[in-house]
Structures are given as structure tokens and as C-alpha cells.
Design a protein around this ligand. Structure first.
Ligand code: UDX
Length: 430
């Protein structure tokens, strides 16, 4: 099949690579020329170790993938995946704006394509968006009719950033929300050869599956963080509690790592959007609002702990280890580190940061009063107190912290060993 993909962020590029590896011919379309050039050189525009080789294999001679800034490329494809960013900064139906713009451009382009074309939404959109916004916009500008010469589907992406190639080719499940049977068949055909379970459903159910999944993961994290906060006061190891709970297949051990809380481009965004949608529908969510509150409070707990131990933060040198919202990525969107840094600065601390991959991203935001260390060891050496915010493997050496005050937000260190080496060691929830 010939596949076009609109938007070359994480979801777009991963989707492109997945289908290229399956043997389809894929073109990524993005308005950002520098991203397009990077992809054509085989460099992912974000850090993702294992995928770099796979990408360069696909863009170099004989490969199935290329990128372009020209929407007309769409005319030579059988189907289009929409993978645009749905960041929430455009008002009430906050995530709809980029989807509306891209639907319009796709529609205008498709007006020049005779015959059938399928459009599949992969971006996370609130339930009802495809039905009430995407379809009317596409129909208006293309002159095509959904269910006739225009196929429509919603097939959300569930991969985690930093995912492996194996995960990319073998997702836990493939969800296909279809406008009509022919649209669903068309998309399923593109996924051919996959061993993953496939669920065929309607458009808004597929949209809700994505939101509910991310909201549930966020709920699991805030739940264990609350248990962890209580465990810390009771002198109980919350990680042992999570271990014991995890044996129950109804609960599972994954996403029960207590600490400073969740960040990233998806969990906070989808949670926010679902909260707004529930309010809009007159069904405000007690649980999801609490999940958000607990998550914000975890950062505050780290700051309060450092203040208590240091007797105030004014003028103190504090090292922040880890900027990325999780290891194996350089992504700092909604990262807890940003909140930590802002609060430290507000308390008058001098902040020194280190992250093996994400430092250039923080540079882009330019925070006055921050210094950038060359290594974890240098940041630690220059500080009175160390805050571990991302569990990069290179931070997991207790001996690095000899004689230091350490507050661990991610259980990066073994508490027993760390207590033997550090002048003070505690975790956010332990
Ligand atoms: C998430 C979903 O997992 C994925 O299915 C969806 O497609 C996109 O959003 P991602 O944003 O890559 O993926 O990050 P994820 O691995 O889910 O981690 C999110 C945040 O939760 C990170 O900040 C991580 O450190 C934190 N986390 C995760 C915890 O605090 N505790 C845990 O037990 C697990």
C-alpha cells in the first residue's frame, strides 16, 4: 500500500516506521522543513536509540520511507494517517485545533484526487471529535462523502516513548474504530501480518479507549503515590507493598512505581482533556481530578523535604539529576523536573542540572539562575543537596553520592545502600 502520514512527531514517525517495516511505501508529510530533512537523513527528530538504525535503514536506498513538506504527496497514496500534535492550548475543545487545520488541508488536497481515499486518525482526540469535526471538515473541503469515496477510521497509538522495535511491531492491541465496514477492512489490511489482537469498534469508542487507557495509567500512579506517602509515615516500604500487590493479576505490578509522579506529552494532556470533557457533559470526575491533584502534590513533597532537611533553600546549591520526563528520551514536555526547577528558583536556590540527553531541550527554554553540569558527578560535587528526578541508569550508583544529602524521586538508588553512603537519604514516598 502507499501510505501518507501527516505529522512527524513521535506518533507520526513511529507509525511511519512501523508500516515501512511491514513493506508499505510511506511518506511522512510535515510543515517543519528541518524535521523533514532530519528524517530523510535517517535521524529521528527526537532521541530514540534503537529506532535510529531502523529509520536509517528505511530512508536509505531501497527503503520504504521518505519525508516531504508537500501535501500533494497525499494524492499518490491510498490512505492517510493523521498524527498531528493535539496539545491543549486552544480553548474549550482544547485538543481539536490542529486536527481541524489538518482535516481542512487534507480535504482541500483530496478534492484533486479521483476515487476512494481513507483517512485514519491516530492523534489522541476526545470522543466525538472525528464524528463532529473531522468528517464534516473533510467532506466540506474534499467534496467526497464518508462511507462512499471517503473512508474514515480512528486507530489510536499506545506505544510508550523510548519503546523498542519489538514493541513497535508487536503492539499489545490494535484498535480500529470504523465509520463503516469498508473503512475498517481497509485499515485492517494495512496492519496485515500483525500478531496483535485487533478490536473493531465505532469511532468514538476507539477515541475513548485511548483516553480511558491513559487516564487509568495515571490513576494507578497517583494511587500508589498516595499509598507511598502513607507508607513513608508508617515506616513501610511502598515498593515491597507494590511487589506484593502486583502478584494479583487483577492489579499487576506495572505502573505501581511510587515517587515524584507522571509527566510527558500524553498522560497529563489526556487526563486534562478527559476531565474537561466530563465537565462539559455534566459528569465531572471526582477520581480524575484527584489523580491530577495528587500528581502535582508529589513535586511539592520533594521541595518540602529538601527545605526541611536544608533548613530553607535560599542561597543553597541544589542539583537536579534528570530533566527528561522518563529515561531513554530527551522529552521534557510536562516533565516533573520543570516544576521542581521553578519551585527551587522561587525559593531562592541556586540550581545545577544534569541530564544525559535532555539538556539542549532545557537550554531552549532558557531558565535564568540555572547552571548546566557536564556530568552527574560534577552536578553532585557542586551542590549541597541532590534531587533525583529521572531514573537514568547512570544515576544508579550509590557511591556517586558519598557524604551528600539526597532526595530520590524515582527509587533510583537502593535505600539501604544509599543510607550507608549518603549523609542523608530519603525518597519522596520512602
Ligand atoms: C504513555 C502511555 O504509557 C502510552 O501507552 C501512550 O501511548 C502515551 O502515553 P509515555 O508518555 O511514553 O506513554 O510514558 P509512560 O512510560 O507511560 O510514563 C509516563 C510517566 O509516568 C513518566 O513520567 C513516568 O516516569 C511515570 N511513571 C510511570 C511513574 O511515575 N510510575 C510508574 O510506575 C510508571
Amino acid at each position: 500500500m502507499d501510505i501518507s502520514i501527516i505529522g512527524s512527531g513521535f506518533v507520526g514517525l513511529i507509525t511511519a516506521l512501523g508500516f515501512a517495516l511491514k513493506g508499505h511505501h510511506v511518506v511522512c508529510i510535515d510543515i517543519d522543513r528541518s524535521k523533514v530533512d532530519m528524517i530523510n537523513r535517517g535521524c529521528p527528530p527526537f532521541f530514540q536509540q534503537e529506532l535510529e538504525d531502523a529509520l536509517s535503514g528505511q530512508v536509505n536506498g531501497g527503503g520504504n520511507l521518505r519525508a516531504s513538506t508537500n501535501y500533494d504527496e497525499l494524492l499518490h497514496s491510498d490512505m492517510t494517517f493523521v498524527c498531528v500534535n493535539t496539545s491543549s492550548d486552544s480553548g474549550v475543545n482544547a485538543d481539536s485545533h490542529p486536527i481541524e487545520t489538518s482535516s481542512r488541508t487534507i480535504g482541500e488536497t483530496l478534492r484533486r484526487k479521483p476515487g476512494y481515499h481513507l483517512v485514519a486518525i491516530k492523534s489522541s482526540v476526545t470522543p466525538g471529535t472525528t464524528e463532529h469535526l473531522v468528517i464534516p471538515t473533510l467532506q466540506k473541503y474534499s467534496g467526497k462523502r464518508a462511507g462512499e469515496d471517503l473512508g474514515i477510521a480512528v486507530t489510536p497509538e499506545f506505544l510508550q516513548e523510548g519503546c523498542s522495535l519489538h514493541g513497535l511491531l508487536n503492539p499489545d492491541r490494535i484498535i480500529i474504530g470504523q465509520h463503516d465496514m469498508a473503512s475498517g477492512d481497509f485499515v485492517q489490511h494495512a496492519y496485515n501480518g500483525s500478531q496483535s489482537p485487533i478490536l473493531r469498534t465505532d469511532l468514538k469508542t476507539a477515541e475513548m479507549i485511548k483516553f480511558a487507557s491513559n487516564a487509568f495509567l495515571a490513576t494507578k500512579i497517583s494511587f500508589i503515590n498516595e499509598i507511598g506517602n502513607l507508607c513513608k509515615k508508617l515506616g513501610i516500604d511502598t515498593y515491597e507493598v507494590a511487589h506484593g500487590m502486583g502478584y494479583d493479576p487483577r492489579i499487576g505490578r506495572l505502573f505501581l512505581n511510587a515517587g515524584i509522579g507522571f509527566g510527558g506529552s500524553c498522560l497529563p494532556r489526556d487526563l486534562d482533556a478527559l476531565i474537561r470533557k466530563s465537565e462539559e457533559m455534566g459528569e465531572p470526575s471526582t477520581v480524575l481530578n484527584a489523580v491530577c491533584q495528587t500528581n502535582k502534590a508529589q513535586v511539592e513533597r520533594m521541595i518540602q523535604a529538601s527545605k526541611r532537611i536544608m533548613g530553607g533553600l535560599n542561597g543553597k546549591a541544589i542539583a537536579v539529576l534528570g530533566l527528561a520526563f522518563k529515561p531513554d528520551t530527551d522529552d521534557i514536555r510536562n516533565a516533573p523536573s520543570l516544576q521542581v526547577i521553578r519551585q527551587l528558583l522561587a525559593h531562592g536556590a541556586r540550581v545545577v542540572v544534569y541530564d544525559p540527553k535532555a539538556m539542549p531541550k532545557l537550554h531552549e527554554e532558557v531558565h535564568e539562575g540555572i547552571s548546566f553540569a557536564d556530568s552527574a558527578a560534577q552536578a553532585i560535587q557542586q551542590s549541597d543537596c541532590v534531587l533525583i528526578v529521572t531514573e537514568w541508569p547512570e544515576f544508579k550508583d550509590e557511591d556517586l553520592y558519598s557524604g551528600k544529602i539526597v532526595i530520590d524521586g524515582r527509587r533510583a538508588l537502593n535505600p539501604e545502600k544509599a543510607r550507608g553512603v549518603c549523609s542523608h537519604y530519603e525518597g519522596v514516598c520512602w
